[in-house]
Design a protein around this ligand. Structure first.
Ligand SMILES: [Zn+2]
Length: 287
C-alpha cells in the first residue's frame, strides 16, 4: 500500500526530482479527483452495461415466450389434424372387402399342389409350375384354416408325389372336396391365357365346385375366365371325393406368367379360390 500511496503522492516527478510539499498536495488532490471521476464514470458505465444487458435479456426472454406460445399453438393444431385424419381413415378401412364369415359346420378340404420334386410341371425359363402351385396352395391353406376349415395337403414341400399316391391319400383322408392346383402352358400360341377349372363327368358336386371357383375368380378383373370343362385327369377321375383341378393361368403367356409369380396376385387368387370353395360348401350344406 505504501507503494500505491507514494505513486499517488508523487514522491518523485518524471525526472526523479523531489517536489515541494504544496505541489505534491495539489498533485495528490488532482489525482484523487481524477481517480474519483474515473471510479464514478466506471460505475456508471458498468451500470449502463448492466441495464442494457438486462433489457436485452428481457427482450430475448419475451421473444422466447412468444415463439414458444406460437409453437404450442402449432403443435396443438397439428396435434388435432392426425386424429381427424385417423377418424376419416377408419371408414375407408371398413369399406374394404368384408372378411369371409366363419363356417358353422365341419368342413375338410384337401389341397393338391400339382407336381413337385423331379416333376417341375410346365415351366418358362426358371419359372416352374411346381413352385407356383405350392405357394398358392399354402396361401389357400392358411386362409381356409382362418375360417375354421380342416385342411389336408398332398404335399407341403418340393417333393415328388405320384398321381396314384395323391388319390390314395384322398381316399384315406376322405375330404369334402379335393382341389388340385396347376398352371397351364400352350407353346403354339402365347396369346392363349386365363384360368379354367376341370371336373370329371360323373362328379356333380365337383362340377358345382368348379362353377363356384370360376364365379369367384371372375371377381379378379385382370383375369380371363375360360370356364369349366370335363377332363380326364387322373386326380379328379380316380378320386372318391368331389374333385376339381384348377389351371390358374398360362406360363406361356407373359401377362399370366407375370401375375402368377407375383405374391400379391397369388394371395388374391388364393382368396378367391377359397371363397369359391366356401360358398359351394355352404350351398351343399343347406341342401
Ligand atoms: Zn400341372
Amino acid at each position: 500500500m505504501n507503494f500505491l500511496k507514494n505513486v499517488l503522492m508523487g514522491v518523485r516527478d518524471g525526472n526523479g526530482k523531489v517536489c515541494g510539499l504544496e505541489m505534491r498536495r495539489k498533485r495528490y488532490n488532482r489525482r484523487k479527483r481524477l481517480a474519483r471521476t474515473l471510479i464514478v464514470r466506471g460505475m456508471a458505465g458498468v451500470l449502463l452495461v448492466g441495464v442494457v444487458f438486462a433489457v436485452v435479456c428481457v427482450g430475448l426472454y419475451a421473444r422466447d415466450v412468444y415463439w414458444k406460445e406460437e409453437e404450442t399453438m402449432t403443435e396443438t393444431g397439428s396435434g388435432v389434424a392426425p386424429s381427424v385424419a385417423a377418424t376419416e381413415a377408419e371408414p375407408e378401412e371398413s369399406e374394404g372387402e368384408e372378411p369371409l364369415e366363419k363356417i358353422t359346420f365341419p368342413l375338410k378340404v384337401m389341397l393338391d399342389a400339382g407336381h413337385g420334386g423331379n416333376d417341375s410341371g410346365t415351366f418358362y425359363e426358371t419359372t416352374y409350375e411346381k413352385d407356383i402351385t405350392l405357394e398358392v396352395t399354402k396361401k389357400m391353406k392358411a386362409l381356409l384354416e382362418e375360417q375354421g376349415v380342416e385342411v389336408v395337403l398332398t404335399r407341403e414341400s418340393d417333393k415328388y408325389m405320384g398321381l396314384k399316391e395323391r388319390t390314395e391319400l384322398s381316399r384315406e383322408e376322405d375330404p369334402d372336396v379335393f382341389v388340385s392346383i396347376h398352371c397351364n402352358s400352350f407353346e403354339d400360341d402365347s396369346s392363349v391365357a386365363g384360368i379354367e377349372c376341370y371336373y370329371w363327368e360323373d362328379d356333380e358336386e365337383g362340377e358345382a365346385y368348379a362353377e363356384s371357383l370360376m364365379d369367384a375368380a371372375e371377381e379378379i378383373e385382370a383375369l380371363r375366365i375360360r370356364g369349366t370343362r370335363v377332363e380326364d385327369y387322373y386326380v379328379i377321375r380316380f378320386n372318391d371325393a368331389p374333385a376339381v383341378l384348377v389351371e390358374m393361368g398360362y406360363l406361356s403367356n407373359s401377362a399370366d406368367r407375370a401375375r402368377l409369380i407375383d405374391e400379391g396376385f397369388q394371395q388374391t387368387l388364393a382368396e378367391k379360390l377359397v371363397q369359391g370353395i366356401l360358398e359351394e360348401a355352404e350351398r351343399q350344406q343347406e341342401e
